[in-house]
Design a protein around this ligand. Structure first.
Ligand code: MIG
Length: 779
């Protein structure tokens, strides 16, 4: 393809390689991360995912052999051949990733009489040809993970996926090759060693993990540059950390966003919203956030209110705030064509909308009828969109929900040649489709940040690699089916592995009618997912926790309350995520990579390091087969029973019981029960300690700050360090590492949940006596 390797030149971290037909560049980002770039489309890289390429120190060597160029870092050996064929080894010369040398050889699709079959509606794919195509040799024992929002199982080996953000409200199934989000990032584990490939190309792209031919896997795109990063582990954790060093970490959110959220298409008018708000408080079911879907607007004009339904928005949001509710409103990208409407008029005047190839403003149809599409590629448009957030913020709205930003359209898809203006560069829809939602979220984030000075809460449906910097995501229009509850678990774990830690599904399901049993099981999963939002579609039955029967209501209440108790733990996880990119809900393999039994577990997840959740995801099932990973013991959260790791157990799971296990030698911080964040003063820290059976020493660091501002970035936070040494005695050490946030805890309660010995217990060196296995101290 590129011909013979002729010469090379090293320039600091860059190695330019002259081939017969083109020049390629290799950049050593650090010892573990290497970028491979060939300007097939454009000379310069134009990444919207990687905003600053942060090159770190590494001592690498480059050496030319007869036909190859050999690059060595502390961790990797990279051999570059003719045609830009690349082989990568770890430092022990073990193969990690080798380019496939033979020609592409897809499996056969037999298609006699295909026309008739197509007429009946069968999709008859051929094997597509691509402008950018890289095939890697399938080694033995490979497992594949990541790729963002996907249906199907955790392990992607044998499947093919497409990146083209798509709004398809029909029931998502394993046959779906694409959904709303495009994250061209793949993780592979081979012999317990992991690496990642991030193909930073936002054209339509494809990943095929050996479906086409089991001898190779490939990534490809219909246009754009060849631009990919190889990211070495050897742990999946390291791969995710480095990937999020490139594309950005999920920032610490406001505390209230971790509470329970209730949504519906649509709560309106105001009286209906107040009725919902009162119901939560009367029934004592905690809830922090209510949503307004598209019907709050004046005929779907974004940044307006329907004053018949919501006479005085500010008064209304104040009333909600007094009851402890935050309001999030939906904003779609489509702007209604209406000369009298200021947003449209301003956009037209300033040339802010995408145009067709002849330079005429492009229109399609969405909720407001005929509409135009803001050109989010243009920095001026993003600035304008950011300023528009002020309209919502001034009405007392606390967060913004961005929907329909694939972008979706009712009147057929946007043509490839709709034109956008990327800071002076003319780009087509074909090129930027997959980053439209990403750029919209960026604008929304920046506006909210500017006008509130708080950590913005944005929730988006479409996204690209790196959107996690700006927005949380939900997985779009699922259905109230058991299949979709089951599917949500690998889907959310996969999003987490792909950098998008703050994610959730519509709890209870969006389309179709939910049942009490399904909602009861769904809320048991939702209680542990970072974004915990119940949502349902227009025309479906009511789905609030109390709208089925008493039992369903009680189960919802139980798990929502548990969620609120766990918020300090979840907040600590979000803080960890901001530092390391580690997802909140994660597949077992993330922590137990040396236990192969975890590689294909789809119906369990870890919430942080300490909690394993194995929810029931089948109708009628009252027992659950639970796998407990090797190397540690697991304590049943409900009964305190101890189990060895490395085995399957059967856990009794009546409808009100979600199987939950705590890793031994853990500390889980909890808070008192409240109906919403900030209802009660947060002055007591409750530390739940789970001892190990054998001697051990373990540590936990708990973080606390004002829960809303950016002051923590200037050091305004508190940090507590708890160390437990469980040997001859049980020695608890409690230290305040940092004490700069003014609202401090005044009390700490230590609870030893599984105290089975009569060892002496000391706290900071002094012998103490427990009462009901607990001791409380004043600070
Ligand atoms: O096509 O705004 O996924 O959450 O309730 C429907 C109405 C448009 C799709 C979103 C859904 C939302 C709905 N929207």
């Amino acid at each position: 393809m590129f011909g013979k390797l002729l010469s090379y030149e090293v320039n600091d971290k860059e190695i330019k390689i002259q081939y017969e037909k083109i020049e390629a560049t290799i950049t050593v980002i650090n010892d573990e991360v290497i970028n491979f770039f060939v300007p097939l489309h454009r000379k310069e890289r134009n990444s919207k995912a990687v905003e600053n390429l942060n090159l770190r120190n590494s001592n690498f060597s480059v050496e030319k052999n007869e036909n190859t160029l050999n690059i060595a870092t502390e961790k990797l050996k990279i051999v570059i051949n003719d045609d830009f064929k690349i082989d990568i080894y770890d430092k022990n010369e073990k193969v990690l990733c080798r380019d496939y040398r033979s020609i592409r050889h897809p499996f056969k699709r037999r298609g006699n009489g295909t026309e008739l079959a197509a007429e009946e509606g069968h999709v008859l794919n051929g094997h597509q040809n691509f402008k950018v195509y890289v095939a890697k040799t399938m080694e033995d024992n490979m497992y594949f993970y990541g790729l963002g929002e996907r249906t199907g199982s955790l392990n992607k080996k044998g499947y093919h996926y497409r990146n083209w953000n798509t709004d398809d409200p029909s029931p998502h199934g394993e046959t779906f090759e694409q959904l709303y989000k495009s994250i061209p990032f793949l993780i592979s584990i081979k012999d317990e060693e992991a690496f990642g490939i991030f193909f930073d190309n936002h054209f339509e792209s494809h990943f095929d993990m050996g479906k086409e031919n089991s001898e190779y896997y490939y990534f490809s795109a219909v246009g754009g540059n060849l631009d990919y990063y190889f990211i070495y582990g050897p742990e999946v954790k390291d791969v995710v950390n480095e990937y999020t060093n490139l594309t950005g970490k999920t920032p610490l959110p406001q505390l209230w966003t971790l509470g329970y959220q209730q949504c519906r298409w649509s709560y309106a008018p105001k009286e209906r919203v107040m009725e919902i708000a009162k119901s939560f408080r009367e029934r004592g079911i905690p809830c922090d956030t209510l949503y307004l879907d598209i019907d709050y607007m004046d005929d779907f004009r974004v940044f307006t209110w329907d004053n018949k339904k919501f006479e005085n928005p500010r008064e209304f949001t104040d009333e909600l705030k007094n009851m402890g509710f935050k309001l999030v409103t939906i904003i779609d990208p489509g702007v209604k064509i209406d000369k009298e409407y200021s947003i449209y008029a301003e956009g037209i005047k300033n040339d802010y909308f995408a145009k067709d190839k002849d330079g005429i403003v492009y229109k399609n149809r969405v909720w407001p009828g005929d509409s135009v599409y803001p050109d989010f590629m243009n920095p001026k448009v993003r600035q304008w969109w950011a300023e528009n957030q002020k309209i919502m913020i001034d009405s007392g709205v606390s967060g913004i929900w961005n929907d329909m930003n694939e972008p979706a359209s009712f009147n057929g898809p946007l043509p490839d040649d709709v034109m956008f203006n990327d800071n002076g560069l003319e780009v087509t829809h074909k090129e930027i489709h997959n980053i439209y939602g990403h750029m919209m979220s960026k604008a929304t984030y920046e506006g909210i940040k500017e006008y509130t000075n708080k950590r913005p809460f944005v929730i988006t449906r479409a996204c690209y690699a790196g959107t996690q910097k700006y927005s949380t995501v939900w997985t779009g229009d699922n259905q109230s089916t058991w299949e979709h509850l089951r599917m949500s678990i690998p889907m959310l774990m996969t999003l987490g592995l792909s950098g998008v830690s703050f994610c959730g599904t519509d709890v209870g399901g969006f389309g179709h009618d939910c049942t009490g049993e399904l909602l009861s099981r769904w809320v048991q999963v939702g209680a542990f997912t970072p974004l915990f939002r119940n949502h349902s579609a227009m025309g479906t039955r009511d789905q609030e926790p109390w709208t089925f029967d008493k039992e369903t209501e009680e189960i919802n209440k139980k798990y929502i309350k548990l969620r609120y108790k766990l918020i300090p733990y979840l907040y600590d996880l979000m803080k960890e995520c901001e530092n390391t990119g580690a997802p909140i809900i994660r597949p077992l393999l993330f922590n137990y990579q040396n236990d192969k039994n975890t590689y294909e577990i789809n119906d369990e997840f870890l919430c942080g390091d300490s909690i394993l959740v194995s929810p029931v995801v089948e109708q009628g099932m009252k027992q659950k087969l639970v796998y407990l990973p090797k190397g540690t013991k697991w304590i049943d959260f409900w009964t305190g029973e101890n189990h060895n790791g490395g085995q399957y157990i059967i856990k009794e799971a009546p409808l009100d019981t979600c199987p939950i296990f705590v890793k031994e030698a853990s500390i889980i911080p909890m808070s008192i029960e409240q109906n919403y964040i900030g209802e009660k003063s947060n002055d007591e820290l409750i530390l739940n300690i789970y001892l190990s059976e054998n001697d051990s020493e373990f540590k936990y660091v708990h973080y606390n700050d004002d829960g809303e501002s950016f002051n923590y970035r200037n050091g305004i936070y508190n940090e507590y360090e708890i160390t437990i040494s469980n040997k001859e005695n049980i020695d608890i050490k409690f230290i305040i590492n940092k004490n700069d946030y003014i609202n401090k805890y005044s009390k700490v309660k230590f609870i030893i949940n599984n105290l089975k010995t009569n060892k002496n217990i000391t706290l900071n060196g002094k012998k103490v006596n427990l009462e009901n296995n607990a001791i409380e101290i004043n600070l």
